[in-house]
Write a protein that binds this ligand. Structure first.
Ligand SMILES: [Zn+2]
Length: 189
């Protein structure tokens, strides 16, 4: 698939070309998350962005993938960053169970568990991750975490096709280079 070779510039052009379709309820925050994903990719990380918002779409925290800084930041996933920010906010915000976490890519096992521990009420993801996503496999969680998952809502974002495609392209952009960078940071090559 040619999408795997997408450069940051190509993805930025795709982002700039999207006219938000407001018939889809998650379109605007989803585009915002895509912007964060684009920034993550431009910063050398994986193309994933996340935000935490209220039902009225007020954004309280956001995060982007930041795996490769000066050193490997193995917990530097977009969702982890957004939750770190949320939990360190001074400003009043609704309790976690009344908030939604929206992310461009289905959360991995680490992030899903963190989301459950944080008590976020709803998880919304744009692109399903058949290789590494844990939401669609949450029945495989240990009983204690599964119990938390049972009181959490999960859904795929309601967005226009161009936004869904952009999130998918961001998710797989430069994947081989990222994998090599991860192996190098772990000292395996
Ligand atoms: Zn993750």
């Amino acid at each position: 698939m040619s999408e795997y070779q997408d450069s940051t510039a190509q993805l930025r052009a795709a982002y700039d070309g999207i006219e938000p379709d407001l018939r889809f309820r998650d379109e605007v925050p989803a585009l915002h998350a895509c912007r964060l994903a684009l920034n993550a990719l431009a910063g050398g990380g994986y193309g994933v962005g996340a935000l935490v918002m209220s039902e009225e779409h007020r954004i309280f925290a956001e995060g982007r993938n930041h795996l490769f800084g000066d050193a490997l930041d193995s917990a530097g996933h977009a969702e982890m960053r957004a939750l770190d920010t949320l939990e360190s906010l001074d400003e009043e915000h609704p309790p976690p169970c009344e908030l939604s976490l929206l992310v461009t890519l289905e959360p991995c096992p680490m992030c899903l568990t963190r989301i459950l521990y944080a008590g976020i009420g709803e998880v919304i993801y744009i692109h399903a991750d058949d290789e590494g996503g844990m939401v669609q496999r949450r029945e495989l969680l240990p009983p204690a975490q599964r119990e938390l998952a049972n009181i959490t809502r999960f859904r795929v974002a309601e967005v226009s096709e161009p936004v869904r495609e952009l999130a998918a392209r961001l998710s797989v952009a430069q994947l081989e280079q990222k994998r090599q960078a991860l192996m190098a940071a772990q000292g395996r090559v």
